[in-house]
Design a protein around this ligand. Structure first.
Ligand SMILES: [Zn+2]
Length: 427
């Protein structure tokens, strides 16, 4: 199979070469989605490669290696002093409008896993998912659709699950509706403080078994150690959040690890009630990317009804979450990077908060390399997304270029030079 080289691409390459000498990085053709990054540090999803080139053609990674001279007809982008990473995957967010994945992409998040429509109608979330599938200025979205819980907000029409029969019907309906995975809510802390009924082990087990029979993964929102016990007994694939009391808890961390259950820690939530949001807002590397709604999100007060609202309460709440994560790190559990971002409901914001979550997970014991794997290749593996999450031949060119080296300073993930979704540079 021969490859033709158009005159246009030759001219583009020459222009790019001239620009490379004078003022890198160069412009590229968005329509073309083809370019060659030269001499970059590459985190390929597994390891760090120095002095490496990455060739992208028609949105797909075609070659990775040193001195890819055969690809220099493509538009050249100087990678010196930069690190190229796979686009980040937020393993836990809540999407309501197209503004959410649009904001996510601005911060290098190229894939958003929506973990359940709690208040927004499922059809609306699926509409955003559909729009984001083709738009080049949004992160791609996957969604659980309605989340399964024993109770719903007064203004919601989402079906509730209060029996084993309803659990089976609920799981079947999610598959029929086109949900990508199933989310169920165990709410031990809410049950204790607000009187909401919690989901029984029988119902949780029926939801998970039916999801698995339907070829879907099941992820449980958990709040307490007892919730984790129920989730493990039910056979879930993953946990959203960690227990709020109970410390590092080596026993439960070991059981989670032995069963291969992944955990999306969401430290950005308890941290978001403290200084987490102002740290992001005031970081000069984000200036120019903060829209008015995002600035408001990072500034307005949020209350933590389950944690108390004195500084001491919130500090203790964060410390308890972090100790739980430290226990999981020590046990060798699979941790994913998720923010629980929501435009209105949580103190984590789409896109930007993943950079805080990444930093907090390193403070809880993950190495920079481990946390970058967690935010890219590990999540792609766990959620069966084989077309992304690594910079290897044949995968989508979902890429982020940052200044510096995040292995030396993990906050370098914030110093974004450029973001590509399927090879198309975000402008
Ligand atoms: Zn959530």
């Amino acid at each position: 199979m021969g490859r033709s080289v158009s005159l246009g691409s030759v001219v583009l390459a020459i222009c790019a070469l001239v620009a490379l000498v004078s003022a890198p990085p160069t412009a590229q053709s968005a329509a073309d989605a083809s370019f060659l990054v030269v001499n970059a540090r590459v985190f390929d999803g597994d390891r760090l490669l120095e002095g490496t080139d990455v060739a992208v053609e028609s949105g797909i990674i075609r070659a990775v290696g040193r001195d890819l001279t055969g690809w220099q007809r493509l538009a050249l982008i100087d990678g010196a002093n930069s690190t190229i990473m796979p686009g980040l995957i937020d393993a836990h967010a809540h999407v309501v409008t197209v503004a959410d994945p649009r904001q996510a992409l601005q911060f290098g998040v190229t894939t958003v896993l929506d973990l359940g429509a709690a208040n927004a109608p499922q059809a609306q979330v699926f509409g955003v998912r559909q729009a984001a599938r083709v738009a080049t200025d949004m992160a791609e979205v996957f969604s659980a659709g309605f989340l399964a819980s024993t109770r719903r907000p007064a203004d919601s029409t989402r079906p509730v699950v209060t029996s084993v029969d309803e659990a089976v019907r609920f799981a079947d309906a999610r598959r029929a509706d086109g949900a990508d995975y199933l989310k169920l809510q165990l709410n031990g802390a809410r049950s204790a403080s607000l009187g909401d009924p919690n989901m029984s082990e029988a119902i949780a087990g029926a939801l998970v078994a039916r999801a698995h029979a339907n070829g879907m993964k099941a992820i449980a929102h958990v709040e307490t150690l007892a919730d984790v016990d129920v989730a493990l007994a039910a056979g879930v694939d993953g946990l959203a959040h960690v227990w709020r009391r109970g410390g590092a808890n080596a026993d439960i961390a070991r059981r989670i690890t032995e069963r291969g259950v992944f955990v999306i820690a969401t430290l950005a939530i308890p941290d978001g009630f403290l200084q987490g949001r102002s740290r992001l807002r005031d970081d000069p590397r984000f200036q120019g990317r903060l829209s008015a709604p995002l600035l408001d999100h990072l500034t307005r007060p949020f209350t933590a009804p389950l944690a108390g609202n004195s500084f001491e309460d919130l500090r203790a709440n964060y410390t308890a979450h972090r100790e739980g994560v430290q226990g999981l790190v020590q046990a060798g559990a699979t941790l994913l990077v998720g923010t629980d971002a929501s435009a209105a409901a949580t103190p984590a914001a789409h896109g930007i908060s993943i950079h805080r979550e990444i930093e907090l997970l390193t403070e809880a014991g993950l190495s920079p390399l481990q946390v970058l794997r967690a935010a890219t290749s590990t999540t792609a593996d766990v959620f069966s997304l084989p077309d992304r999450g690594r910079i290897v031949v044949g995968r989508r060119a979902d890429l982020v270029m940052v200044r510096g080296n995040p292995i030396d300073d993990i906050t370098a993930t914030r110093d974004i030079v450029r973001v590509w979704r399927a090879g198309v540079a975000l402008r």
